[in-house]
Design a protein around this ligand. Structure first.
Ligand SMILES: Nc1nc2c(c(=O)[nH]1)N[C@H]1C(S)=C(S)[C@@H](COP(=O)(O)O)O[C@H]1N2
Ligand SMILES: [Mo]
Length: 388
């Protein structure tokens, strides 16, 4: 609380100096900008937007994004049971179930195995308009999941790898007419093919520093290219089993209900939230002299990006330019569009991304049959106000 207040005080102070509040820009909107560059307000944004709606929740203010990697004190944070305290000295990662050599690994044991780096961004599958703040990009340090599993010796019947966090809570579990209230750990699973692939990563550092409590100290799983929910924080156990894991956050909460026409018939599909869908959105618009600069953020499952385009009002799609600072298969990507001749008043800016396989970011209309709100990767028309 104290920390937050202090930060707010500082923000208020610098705002008063800059006089931005006179322009109607709320106190938290202070991106570090080039000299003479100012932020153009989004008129669709909630006036009362609060990037810290609760002690254990933080959203990224996309208009403040000013670097490839999201700083640790800005990285979004969301989870179901709050932030548990894990003692790093007593910490052990247990590997149990269908393995030849069950493990109980300290942080040092893990660090001795290898130390690799991974650049990966992700968004929560619930990230959506108008704020789009459940998103971040990091440089993670850790060891590949595969090397830990190989050292434990995965046995033939193993089909499902369950990742438990140290966080837990009381859950009411319903089965037909029965109800049980039970204490449960947060758990998520990967199938054998995914778990044993080269990508999944066990990270102990973000941007070169130990993970913060918010981001899963001391150890978390990162599944590059997948939605945030796969990235189990405060990882304490990997249990290898034969049966599918059907825990609440695996089988019930993180699924998408969507209609699909197959052979002229509507099929209602319920699918698991896994890899990120191709998405872009206008993160901020700034004014530099007489021209405006539109920053577009792109995230997907790692498929190379073919193009990003931007449309102003009823104009034609115009190409945006890739920013060289955001390369790397699983990094988020920045694109910029220079908007010349913007006229005073309200305008709508919308971005659209196409990947190398020809997949195109859908419109809101295209996602009409998606009933549940997760996995909203639709094009997001941003409303901005150009001052006269
Ligand atoms: N142990 C644990 N890990 C978790 C969660 C959780 O509730 N418990 N929430 C998941 C969800 S839904 C998201 S979007 C990401 C958020 O990661 P971040 O807080 O580092 O941004 O953590 C995931 N990992
Ligand atoms: Mo999430």
């Amino acid at each position: 609380m104290t920390q937050k207040n202090t930060r707010r005080e500082i923000l208020k102070g610098s705002l008063a100096l800059a006089g931005l509040s006179l322009l109607g820009i709320p106190e938290w909107a202070i991106p570090a900008l080039a000299q003479g560059e100012t932020v153009v307000p989004f008129t669709e944004f909630p006036d009362n937007f609060n990037p810290n709606p609760a002690v254990d929740r933080r959203l990224v203010e996309t208009r403040k994004i000013n670097g490839t990697f999201t700083p640790k004190d800005q990285f979004f944070t969301t989870q179901h049971y709050g932030h548990p305290d894990v003692d790093p000295v007593a910490f052990r990662l247990k590997v149990t179930g269908f393995v030849d050599r069950p493990k109980s690994l300290s942080l040092d044991d893990l660090k001795k195995m290898a130390s690799a780096e991974l650049i990966a961004g992700f968004e929560c599958s619930g990230n959506r308009r108008p704020v789009q703040g459940l998103i971040g990009n990091g440089r993670w340090t850790g060891v590949s999941l595969k090397s830990v599993l190989d050292s434990a010796g995965v046995q033939a019947p193993a089909r499902e790898f369950v990742f438990f966090g140290a966080d837990h809570g009381q859950e009411e579990i319903e089965w037909r007419t029965q109800k049980f209230t039970l204490d449960q750990q947060f758990g998520r699973s990967l199938n054998r093919e995914k778990a044993m692939s080269a990508e999944p990563f066990l990270a102990w550092a973000l941007n070169g520093e130990p993970l913060t409590k918010h981001q899963g100290f001391p150890l978390r799983l990162i599944v590059p290219g997948w939605y945030g929910v796969a990235n189990v924080k405060w990882l304490s156990q990997i249990h290898v089993q034969e049966d599918q894991y059907l825990g609440k956050f695996q089988a019930r909460w993180y699924r998408t209900l969507k209609g699909e026409m197959i052979d002229g018939e509507m099929k209602w599909k319920e699918t698991s939230v896994t890899h990120m869908n191709l998405k872009s959105f206008v993160a901020r618009v700034t004014k530099e002299g007489s021209r405006h600069k539109v920053l577009v953020v792109v995230l997907n499952d790692g498929t190379p990006i073919k193009s990003v385009e931007l449309k102003v009002d009823d104009g034609t799609w115009q190409p945006a330019t890739a920013d060289a600072s955001t390369t790397g298969k699983y990094s988020w990507k920045f694109y910029t569009y220079i908007w010349n001749g913007a006229t005073p008043g309200e305008h709508t800016l919308v971005s659209k991304v196409t990947d190398a396989n020809g997949a195109v970011q859908p419109t809101e209309k295209d996602l009409e049959t998606k009933k549940s709100f997760l996995e909203d990767n639709s094009q997001h028309p941003r409303k901005v106000m150009i001052a006269s």
